[in-house]
Design a protein around this ligand. Sequence first.
Ligand SMILES: [Zn+2]
Length: 190
Amino acid sequence: MIKLDVLVIGDYDRDADGNVFGAYSTSTLIRTDGMNIVVDASTKDMWPAIKTSFRQIGIYPKDVDAVVLTHSHHDHVGNLNQFKDAEVLIHSGEERPPASARIVDADIELTKGIRLVHTPGHTPGSMSVFVDADRRYAVAGDAVPKKSNYEKMAPPSINTDPAAALKSIKHIVGYADVIVPGHDAPFATR
Ligand SMILES: [Zn+2]
């Protein structure tokens, strides 16, 4: 059975000119038989909250086997050093991959029911994690940073290719009953 828990819910603020500041990403734990997977590592400021979530769930960060990075932006990779024994996975389209990372070309099945899916547009190598659990979840990173991007069908304001970004949102919505956004709380699509 696959279980999904959000370790910390991401957020960001905007200044008067609309520029993003204070960004920290959502971090999600996916547990399946024999494998614990974290999607995105948020920022160092969030580590106490993430550690508390691990304790409440009843596993330790050292029990994490794999960390999937939806992309390489700094607000998604801050606590990688806390998962020293885990394999780090990132898409080949991303700049500045962490040194020891396994570079993947989505779409691959990481383990039964858990797929890495290329959802470019925010960055060229953005990928989402599609999880076939009690419901179908998409852990979307900044392919869907906020619920409002889904409600307005609006690409993330920071993007490298808005048309690809919109296509990726549609791809995610087509699959997922529940979306876990990069900087917002999970929400249901149906
Ligand atoms: Zn980003």
